[in-house]
Design a protein around this ligand. Structure first.
Ligand code: HEM
Length: 260
């Protein structure tokens, strides 16, 4: 009965409002923090291609458990992707609650942003827009990584970018991720009062500078990485689909042949 009253009036019999929205906000922040920090690690992993193909290959095999098992197991990567995908879906579901669902709500938001000229309020639209784009692009990427984990590698990833013409997809995803992640982590700090010094205005300004520096850094790193994969994919276009063999392995085969 009390659920029924709260359902109709938005307040319990005692006149209290539900705590569920606050809990959902908490989970949205927690999943966002997990994904934001994950993305920093992810960008460093993917950008190992800038050091060398062998290094990227080694890191890929490490995620496939090369240090524990005799044979690498791409299934391990699929399992990690599955966990990240689950968190991603929960985060997107929770984020959806905040999107304007009709023109009237959107109009009210626009009026506020025009009147207030407040950066953080304006940033929210970027956050909502990039979040919406990532709903589709992020899901497609995660699904691809989950079912094709065995193709991840210097040639596999580069062929996907160039021969499978996935680079425009990754370019849009990269822009969406970096803006969404940067704003998201900044908003988390403001919302929960992290790094708040004596003067909230001064610390907010500092946070914003750090936010732009981090976004800039990951955008440059991401674009260089994308360019490196496209270049390798272009050079490897006639043998697209062929798996990468690390230099040491080729050297060993060569030595054996020469000796024989
Ligand atoms: C465990 C989960 C993930 C794995 C294993 C993974 C793996 C990879 C790999 C191997 C690449 C290189 C291109 C390729 O092989 O297709 C890549 C690129 C990329 N991924 Fe992920 N990814 C994961 C999660 C995510 C998530 C959650 C996002 C954001 C929604 C994301 C965004 C990107 C972007 C933007 C690029 C392009 C980076 C660049 O070119 O600089 N990834 N990912």
């Amino acid at each position: 009965m009390s659920d029924l009253i709260e359902g109709f009036l938005g307040k319990s019999v005692e006149g209290k409002k539900s705590r569920i929205p606050a809990k959902l906000d908490y989970f949205q922040s927690a999943t966002g923090l997990f994904l934001g920090l994950f993305m920093w690690g992810h960008m460093f992993f993917v950008s190992t291609i800038l050091i060398s193909k062998d290094f990227m290959y080694m890191i890929t095999k490490m995620f496939e458990g090369s240090m524990i098992f005799a044979e690498p197991k791409p299934g391990l990567v699929s399992f990690i992707v599955f966990i990240v995908f689950a968190v991603f879906i929960v985060h997107a579901l929770l984020g959806m609650r905040k999107l304007p669902i009709n023109f009237r709500q959107y109009q009210a938001y626009r009026t506020h942003t025009t009147m207030m000229k407040h950066d953080d309020t304006t940033m929210w639209l970027t956050q909502a827009f990039t979040g919406f784009a990532m709903f589709f692009l992020g899901s497609a990427h995660l699904l691809m990584m989950m079912v094709k984990a065995d193709t991840i590698g210097p040639y596999g990833s580069a062929d996907r970018m160039y021969s499978d013409v996935m680079w425009p997809f990754y370019l849009i995803l990269l822009l969406a991720v970096e803006f969404h992640g940067g704003i998201g982590l900044y908003r988390l700090c403001v919302k929960w009062g992290w790094f708040e010094g004596e003067d909230a205005k001064v610390s907010r300004k500092k946070l914003k500078t750090v936010k732009w520096a981090i976004t800039g850094f990951f955008l440059v790193l991401g674009l260089l990485t994308l360019a490196a994969y496209v270049k390798i994919g272009y050079e490897h276009r006639n043998n697209a689909g062929e798996a990468y063999k690390p230099t040491a392995q080729i050297q060993m085969q060569y030595d054996v042949k020469v000796r024989a």
